[in-house]
Design a protein around this ligand. Structure first.
Ligand SMILES: *Cc1c(COP(=O)(O)O)cnc(C)c1O
Length: 381
């Protein structure tokens, strides 16, 4: 599977990204949506996996609408997918209207002044410009608040002169299916939608929202993390596949007598004579320091605990119970991947899989494989 590229061969750590798994996750979400179209959220460089590689893979599966957070991300995605609809979640900052038009980016309008500016800009160009209207239904982060949409709905013509693509809102606790806040947000969203111009399409569900059932689906799903294997629900098994495998090489294996400490701060002391493997992955690679004494790595089917502090470039792993023949300098161990999933590592680190994925560093060699079409490329940029 690994290309014979001297620099890649010599790499101390490597990240393998299976675009085929991303594609299968997309298909799984399409199935869950039962005929409702499915967009792809590729903000933060495709949640760390590389938007320029993930977006075309999704496009090949029929995805036509992409969401990013910033205008900069949108502009960089445009040449990758010349014909796709690219939407920018973070809104329309004053003075950026021309950039949106020049690159055919659809702004998600989050406040009344953004609507007015987009109308005015369209008026100047003599056409209705496409946009998405974001209403807040309880998260209080982005989107028109109650007072604003009351004014919108009470003012005739206030939505005129814009080519409205979708009305959207975002769920705050969709990963907790039993939380009553989901139904409250749904009810508020339905109330706003009923008073919108006829035929205005709607979208509410992120990854987790898609698994809340058809009432949450409306006209478009907007999954992000589930495409990248993230667990959509806090209960039940994860139906998605982990597309990443981050591996670091063992640099040394040493014997540590009982009573000796390992790593910065002497935070771990061997309770028995131990064998410690030092592995080339650290917090500069996105292996969070909060995994100190909490993480595990995988050696084939075996898992071994990370002991002592995570350093910038290195971790130390207790391999006392691994047969010596199975581990030596040069051996790759899985630090994150199908066995040590980002969600499981995040649980150990006191964070969420999203943070681990988006923290994936750029130091290691990246291999992109596509098990759907069996191609391998190496990307060292
Ligand atoms: C990030 C984001 C999404 C995708 O969320 P996931 O939980 O990753 O599926 C959808 N909609 C909005 C508005 C977002 O900000």
């Amino acid at each position: 599977m690994i290309p014979t590229d001297p620099a890649a061969e010599a790499a101390l750590s490597r990240l393998t990204i299976d675009l085929g798994a991303v594609r299968r996750n997309y298909r799984r979400l399409v199935k869950e949506l039962g005929g409702v179209p499915c967009a792809g959220v590729v903000k933060a460089d495709g949640y760390g996996l590389g938007a320029a590689r993930v977006a075309p893979a999704l496009s090949a599966e029929g995805c036509r609408i992409f969401f990013v957070a910033t205008l900069d991300e949108a502009v960089r995605l445009r040449p990758v997918l010349p014909d796709a609809t690219v939407c920018c979640l973070n809104g329309l900052l004053a003075g950026t209207e021309d950039v949106f038009v020049a690159h055919r980016i659809v702004p998600v309008l989050n406040a009344l002044d953004q609507i007015t500016r987009w109308q005015t800009h369209g008026g100047r160009l003599g056409r209705s410009l496409p946009a998405i209207l974001h209403v807040d239904t309880g998260m209080n982060r982005l989107g028109l608040g109650d007072d604003e949409w009351d004014r919108v709905l009470g003012t005739p013509g206030v939505l005129d002169g814009v080519d409205w693509q979708y009305l959207i809102s975002h769920l705050a606790v969709a990963d907790e299916p039993d939380n009553p806040a989901n139904a409250l947000q749904l009810a508020r969203f339905q109330r706003v939608r009923q008073r919108m111009p006829n035929g205005m399409k709607a979208s509410l569900a992120n990854s987790s929202g898609i698994f809340l059932g058809t009432p949450y689906h409306f006209d478009l799903g907007r999954p992000g993390v589930a495409l990248y294997g993230g667990r959509p629900s806090s209960i039940g098994p994860n139906p998605l596949e982990c597309p990443i495998r981050l591996e670091g090489r063992v640099l040394q294996v040493r014997d540590v007598p009982a009573g000796d400490s390992v790593g910065y701060g002497n935070s771990w002391t061997a309770g028995r004579r131990s064998r410690i493997a030092t592995v080339a992955a650290g917090y500069a690679d996105g292996y969070l320091r909060s995994l100190s004494g909490a993480g595990t790595v995988a050696l084939g089917a075996r898992t071994c605990p990370v002991v002592g502090r995570v350093s910038m470039d290195l971790i130390t792993v207790d391999v006392t119970d691994v047969p010596p023949a199975e581990i030596a300098p040069g051996t790759f161990v899985e630090v994150l991947g199908p066995t040590i999933t980002p969600d499981a590592a995040a649980d150990a680190a006191g964070t969420i899989g999203y943070e681990l994925l988006t923290a994936l560093g750029r130091r290691y060699v990246r291999h992109y494989v596509d098990t759907a079409v069996e191609t391998i490329t190496v990307d060292r940029t």
